[in-house]
Write a protein that binds this ligand. Sequence first.
Ligand code: SF4
Length: 330
Amino acid sequence: MPDRLSPSAAGMWAQCPQRWWYRYVEGLPEPPPGEPAVLGTFVHRVLELLLDQPPADRTEATAKALARHVWEVTERSEDWQSLELDDAAARRFRQRAWSTLLAYFSHEEPESVRPVARELLVETEVGGVPFRGFIDLVETADDDAVVVTDYKTGLPPRPGKPWSEEQRAEKLLQPQWYAAALAALGDHVPTRARLLYFTALDGQTPGSFDLRTEELVVDTSPDALEPAVDELRRRWGAIGEALQTGHVDASPGPLCGWCPYVEHCSVGQDECRQRWDARNRVTGERRLRSDAPAVRVLGLVDDAGTPGVTVADPVVGSAVPMPEPAPMGR
Ligand code: SF4
């Protein structure tokens, strides 16, 4: 039995128990984090440093100086090296990272944030489950409520296409578990938890970005948290059962195309092949994107017989200025 459950492990279990098994029981290595994960780490670090500044100094100019500093560290990291980006793609990465920070500034006024803690490690029992995670931000709101915030630089819902209740509930579990853990530790009693999405998607014109933000907020009174805590308990119980019986089920779906263990998983391979062969009746597009890693792993080919892998065109130049790496002037 693992000695604790993290939100990412609990999320992976819900997505596909077989994937969780490969990762946490068989210990198969995960590939290095891709661009979105490296960008998320970069942005989280800049925001952490930004909120360390006195309120009046939490400006875009300060964020730019901090981004230069964090960029220098990022460039030396193994995760960055593993991306193997050429100059144009690296420049595009930095433009997107800075634009993601601009998306944050378009939604939040950092000078008015009253942080209680940033990147806070919470390690405690939640509903009897040993739990461990890092909270991006604990803050005091205008109404003196203690608010737990989780930043997300991934995709918010598309305009006009809100998430279903089920999707929304699944996404809110993580900040709810954080709130329950914080309450269990006893130093702060959170009143609300929020998921703050801010992201920079490719814009209509080359080099431009479409900034998107979304905020989901939930009440974190003990009664309101109970269903989330029950769900954590249920996943922990199911993990224990799987470890006792040595059996897990696979949950194939669209994410099989991005699963790092697809080469080991016959169920996932069948799913990917079916999706590759199926087409949307209206658009004619395949149900598995050609840039999904599984396409290359499984050797799927397009109608012309060429490997179904597309390489994004590196776009040089942007309307959004990105600071060049330079010593931080703090
Ligand atoms: S390939 Fe699909 S079914 Fe197989 S482990 Fe990965 S996510 Fe689960």
